[in-house]
Design a protein around this ligand. Structure first.
Ligand SMILES: [Zn+2]
Length: 348
């Protein structure tokens, strides 16, 4: 099968590669339509690894996908040939202790697309369990379907925050995940979401959404902007979505007493934080690792029209130009939020 293969650090090729094709009793075969380029895909390309996950053998990239079901395993009742779907890239062991607790995202046995040594989905078709495949409502496009995966992280963060209607939230970082978090926080009931970054272009994209106030931290700190709006009380929820260790320095000066700080971004280096500052406010600290049970909720919100992710798709490439898409993503243009790759459709 032709695929976009990361041969090793900084070396991509579009070539044939052998991939699993056996459709098990609970599986589907899906022709891939659209795949989003994720920061993690780009990081494997530019660095050859993320933390303990090192690319040691050629690996197909891509994990944010939507497509069409073309074959259905004998035991699958929930989906049919021709269904338009999006897929959850992480598959846990359903008999595991974590899965039984409903926290399958932290099952140590989870396999996740485009995380070494598991291949991703920038190829013509994949085999995937029906249990982790979701029907796209008629008014949700394949491009939007491929946005569900990153949006699910925002949904997980908003859920962890335990938002109460009317809450004021603050998001550190206006990258793709920061914007997803802000949108999920708004649909979760926040009255206003501040989002902070130093890249004006990113802030301009985020600030176009009603309810989101963009703060350029070159001009004013997020803590002082939030304090000004809340009479010095602070934000009910602070989301850390920048992944910068520096963000931890004064994070507890943004949150209100008794509020929550939700950690999403992954700092490369160890981050130190102000424990007395957290204790003095009795801050609740939550962490987010991917998501569990969020895809259907995300699709419901997109289909309802309450969340519009289309403006975040800032470039679409043909599969044959996949390498160009990755080169552009690696540049990290502040005007780009999400680049997508569209695959040729052979449903026969
Ligand atoms: Zn992703």
């Amino acid at each position: 099968m032709r695929a976009l293969v990361l041969e090793k650090k900084l070396e991509l090729s579009v070539r044939d590669i052998e991939l699993p094709t056996d459709v098990g009793r609970s599986d589907l075969k899906i022709v891939i339509h659209t795949v989003g380029v994720c920061g993690s895909d780009v990081h494997y390309y530019t660095h050859g690894g993320i933390g303990a996950y090192i690319v040691k053998a050629p690996m197909v990239l891509g994990h944010e996908g939507a497509g069409t079901v073309v074959q259905v395993g004998a035991d699958v009742a929930s989906l049919r040939i021709g269904d338009r779907v999006c897929m959850e890239p992480g598959v846990p062991n359903l008999a595991s202790r974590a899965s039984k607790l409903g926290i399958y995202n932290v099952d140590p046995a989870v396999t996740f697309w485009a995380t070494p040594p598991v291949h991703g989905i920038l190829t013509s078709h994949v085999v995937h369990p029906a249990a982790f495949t979701y029907t796209l409502p008629d008014n949700v496009s394949f491009a939007e379907g491929a946005m569900v995966e990153p949006f699910a992280i925002g949904m997980q963060a908003a859920s962890r925050a335990r938002i109460v209607p009317g809450d004021v939230a603050a998001v550190i970082g206006a990258g793709p995940i920061g914007i997803m978090v802000a949108l999920a926080a708004l649909s979760g009931g926040c009255s206003r979401v501040f989002i902070a970054d130093f890249a004006q272009e990113k802030l301009a994209i985020a600030g176009r959404y009603p309810g989101i106030t963009a703060i350029n931290i070159r001009g004013e700190t997020l803590a002082s902007a939030v304090a000004r709006h809340t009479n010095g009380w602070g934000a009910d929820v602070v989301f850390e979505a920048s992944g910068s260790a520096k963000a931890y320095k004064d994070i507890f000066s943004i949150v209100r007493p008794g509020g929550a700080v939700v950690l999403i971004g992954l700092p490369v280096e160890t981050a130190a934080f102000d424990v007395p500052g957290a204790i003095a406010r009795e801050v609740r600290i939550e962490t987010v690792f991917r998501y569990a049970n969020m895809f259907e909720r995300a699709l419901n919100l997109i289909a309802s029209g309450n969340v519009d992710l289309k403006p975040l798709i800032t470039g679409t490439f043909d599969f044959e130009d996949s390498i160009k898409a990755f080169e552009r993503a690696a540049q990290g243009l502040p005007t780009d939020v999400k680049l997508q790759i569209r695959l040729p459709q052979d449903l026969g």
